[in-house]
Design a protein around this ligand. Structure first.
Ligand SMILES: [Zn+2]
Length: 114
């Protein structure tokens, strides 16, 4: 399943970060899930609960924040309304999907550092 390989990548990354800082434990993770990332937040959470046992994340609850997709003008930054034509209402440039709308972003790791 797609979500499992994402979790595996996430935990691997957290382990690498923890090792870099000589962390004793990881207490909390937060991840932002973009609406167009193709990730199902419920499945992602379930996959994490299954996968974290025995890893450095075993005692770290995961907080998911859903990020709604949004578009804006790359030239003048005017936001473009959802469902509207993807052109800037101010300067007529083609609209662009905002960062994070289609991404899975590791937002924060809370860890215990000696
Ligand atoms: Zn514009």
């Amino acid at each position: 399943m797609h979500e499992y390989s994402l979790i595996e990548a996430l935990v691997t990354r957290v382990e690498a970060e923890a090792r870099k800082r000589n962390a004793l434990a990881v207490h909390k993770l937060s991840v932002r899930v973009g609406e167009l990332s193709g990730v199902d937040p419920e499945l992602f959470q379930t996959a994490y609960e299954t996968f974290r046992a025995g890893t450095i994340c075993a005692d770290a609850p995961l907080t998911l924040t859903r990020v709604a997709a949004s578009w804006s003008c790359p030239r003048c930054k005017t936001p473009i309304a959802r469902g509207a034509i993807l052109r800037c209402p101010a300067c007529d440039a083609p609209g662009k999907l905002d960062d994070g709308s289609d991404a899975l972003t590791l937002d924060g790791i809370e860890m215990e550092v000696p």
